[in-house]
Design a protein around this ligand. Structure first.
Ligand code: SF4
Length: 282
């Protein structure tokens, strides 16, 4: 039996959107899903790591049987009234079979399937591009597998686009925009989201756990002190630094407000002057 969940009505009453991002292991427990249903969660983002048991076990460092745990979790969600989508991360291990992962998710009850991008991780404060495919390879894989994924999901496909927009075939992005299947940028660009880790540290994004902005109980203790901290010039300067134009050509680019120059973390491992394209700045 799952332990009781914290009541999240406070967040909902404040108008916040609450989404559970999960590897889905707990969702095999039907009682847990039933209990989740009784809370005012806006949705679940179910991260599916691979499309076969062996690779899933290798990537998650779990048993081969865990793949079935994941499929049971998708089925339990599909049998509940919780809104959810299954997401896979376009990393080097799954790049050639994201369409297969999509089909498995749909076959087990998902109605929506999305792709997110593998970005820079940090170990001992050093950036690492482990598991990150070259941006051009990611784009080729998504463009070539899109028809199968869109068909499998009956149009319920979604792309969280965070690469430089100028790297994509323009007609492909236009196609997704026309079908409302694409979203650009992230909460870092707009400062509309907050990320807290398990120890109460406030992060710019969940990749930047080595560089917390502040800590509950140290930098703020209640809504008033948090607001003061969040609106301080020190925090604004962090965001200004991370949201600067990555390449000279982005300054006059008409697409900048949509693209934002791509995920700023990319520039820890790539030179933006080399990978962005001049033609998009016309
Ligand atoms: S030139 Fe810069 S702003 Fe324009 S599409 Fe490319 S990365 Fe985005």
């Amino acid at each position: 039996m799952a332990p009781p969940l914290q009541d999240d009505k406070g967040a909902t009453e404040l108008g916040l959107i609450t989404v559970l991002i999960t590897n889905g292991f707990r969702l095999e427990d039907k009682y847990f899903v039933d209990e989740l249903q009784s809370y005012s969660l806006n949705g679940v983002n179910f991260s599916m790591k691979a499309g076969d048991p062996l690779l899933h076990a290798e990537l998650t460092r779990t048993k081969i049987s865990t793949f079935n745990t994941v499929l049971n979790g998708i089925r339990n969600l599909a049998n509940s009234n919780i809104r959810f989508e299954v997401t896979t991360i376009a990393n080097t291990c799954v790049l050639d079979h994201m369409d297969k992962i999509c089909q498995i998710a749909i076959d087990n009850g998902a109605k929506k399937f999305s792709i997110d991008f593998c970005s820079v991780s940090f170990k001992d404060s050093k950036p690492s591009s482990a598991y990150m495919p070259d941006p051009a390879e990611v784009i080729n894989a998504i463009v070539s597998q899109y028809p199968a994924m869109d068909r499998a999901a009956s149009g319920g496909f979604h792309l969280a686009q965070s690469l430089p927009t100028c790297l994509w075939p323009a007609e492909f992005l236009a196609q997704l925009e026309a079908k409302n299947q694409i979203e650009y940028g992230c909460h870092v660009m707009t400062r509309e989201g907050l990320v807290f880790d398990h120890s109460g540290q406030l992060l710019i994004c969940n990749h930047l756990h080595d560089f917390p902005l502040g800590q509950i109980g140290v930098n703020f203790t209640d809504a008033a002190s948090f607001t003061q901290f969040w609106q301080s010039s020190e925090i604004s300067e962090y965001y200004d630094q991370i949201n600067t134009y990555p390449a000279q050509r982005c300054i006059n680019c008409q697409t900048y407000t949509k693209c934002g120059g791509g995920c700023p973390l990319l520039w820890f491992v790539y030179n933006p002057e080399n990978i962005t394209r001049e033609e998009e700045t016309k």
